[in-house]
Design a protein around this ligand. Structure first.
Ligand SMILES: Cc1cc2nc3c(=O)[nH]c(=O)nc-3n(C[C@H](O)[C@H](O)[C@H](O)COP(=O)(O)O)c2cc1C
Length: 394
């Protein structure tokens, strides 16, 4: 289950509106700080009794958006309980990977990503969300209560994030050549900051190569662990599977881009040739029990980054998840996709090595490589009826 740490529990209504990101980036740091500070009127509010404003189709639409969140092995470890206007986000401990993720850290990050979806879903429908994070010390599985508090039309940026939902996906194949402008990467950093996490770009090639090496070591260690291997096999789906969770075959098989030809051509006039050292600069994607299926070619990612939080409590994990989904969706609005790598963070010793390698003051919660990519098919999600912890009202 989710690690219980009294310090991690935050009673707060502070996670309300999404907060805009200033496209001009004229004062990015100030802007990030502004998005972190809730309007005073949102602090210390208690739910107002009265008629529910959320219609049944609002609830279904909002939960569907939340459920598109990324999750470890696509376990979708969440449930939603709806009481009037309050949507409760619950951790589903039946879906926890007990060997890989004994503290429920990654389960909680996944649920944090779903929490961002609840907020975004409400914004998309014109409601202002108010969030009570970890509201009940006696119920650690209750991660958040979210409710609408007033109305305001979604901003253009919020609408853009909703539009990006269907094509946002975890990328595992080769990257295609192409720049990701610095201002886009900076916007992703502001998104992380707005959710009280930190996206740190790793520019040093030796450090990126070091991360790739730590990933290989972690993958080998996990391959040799019978319990982790058995747990993994329960979430890897064969080709043709109709399962609504787990990692489908299509998400694990990669199409190699056209190889660079001697003399500089790529075989594809639309694509410049790549002549760098991709293997060194790419953290090998998780092989899902099938070593050797990782992409051996392609352009290096445009950026390598680590998402950190100041602490390592359940509240930090929820914030990391919200930051992750927010920045992944923002990237998808620019047709930039991320490879997620958590293997080196799944053992305390390797996680410490990542911290040392990068000289991190915060806690690393996710490694990312971002770049241009040919899009993959969306992974499946469970139907609404399976996601509800309580009966739907007629
Ligand atoms: C906490 C967490 C850890 C993850 N770790 C990895 C990883 O190590 N390797 C990987 O390929 N994908 C990783 N993913 C991505 C999931 O496998 C992916 O979100 C899931 O299969 C659903 O697919 P989608 O993101 O394309 O919707 C992780 C996602 C989360 C939220």
């Amino acid at each position: 289950m989710v690690a219980s740490d009294a310090n991690s529990r935050h009673r707060s209504a502070a996670e309300g509106s999404l907060g805009p990101v200033d496209r001009s980036l004229r004062a990015p740091i100030l802007q990030a700080v502004m998005t972190m500070v809730p309007p005073v009127h949102q602090l210390f509010k208690t739910p107002r009794p009265g008629k529910a404003v959320l219609a049944k189709d609002d609830v279904a639409a909002v939960i569907a958006i939340a459920a598109r969140a990324p999750s470890l092995h696509n376990t979708q470890p969440w449930k939603f309980r709806v009481e009037g206007d309050v949507i409760e986000l619950l951790a589903d401990s039946q879906r926890q990977l007990r060997h890989l993720d004994p503290d429920g850290r990654e389960l909680t990050i996944s649920c944090g990503a779903a929490l961002f979806g609840l907020r975004l879903g409400l914004r998309g429908r014109g409601y202002i969300p108010v969030v009570d994070l970890l509201p009940d010390l006696a119920r650690p599985e209750l991660l958040a209560r979210v409710r609408p508090d007033g109305r305001a039309a979604a901003t253009a940026e919020e609408a853009e994030l909703v539009t990006a939902l269907p094509h946002r996906h975890t990328h595992r194949g080769p990257f295609t050549p192409g720049e990701v402008p610095a201002r886009v990467l900076m916007t992703l950093q502001l998104d992380a900051a707005a959710e009280r996490s930190d996206l740190i770009l790793v520019h040093d090639r030796a450090q990126v190569a070091g991360l790739a090496r730590l990933t290989e070591l972690a993958a080998a260690q996990q391959r040799a662990d019978a319990e982790i291997a058995a747990e993994l096999s329960r979430w890897v789906r064969p080709a043709g599977s109709t399962a609504k969770d787990g990692v489908p075959a299509a998400a694990r098989t990669f199409q190699q881009p056209a190889r660079a030809e001697p003399g500089g051509g790529s075989g594809n006039p639309a694509r410049p040739a790549f002549t760098g050292e991709p293997a060194l600069l790419r953290m090998p994607p998780r092989d899902f029990g099938q070593p050797g299926t990782q992409p051996a070619d392609g352009a290096p990612p445009a950026a390598t980054a680590v998402l950190t939080t100041p602490g390592d409590t359940a509240a930090d994990w929820l914030r990391a998840g919200q930051g992750l989904q927010r920045l992944l969706l923002r990237a998808a609005t620019r047709w930039v996709f991320a490879s997620l790598q958590s293997q080196p963070l799944e053992s305390p010793a390797r996680r410490g090595e990542v911290q040392d390698l990068l000289g991190l003051a915060g806690q690393p919660q996710m490694l990312l490589q971002l770049g241009r990519a040919n899009t993959a098919l969306a992974t499946p999600r469970r139907p609404h009826s399976e996601l509800r912890a309580n009966e739907e009202e007629a």
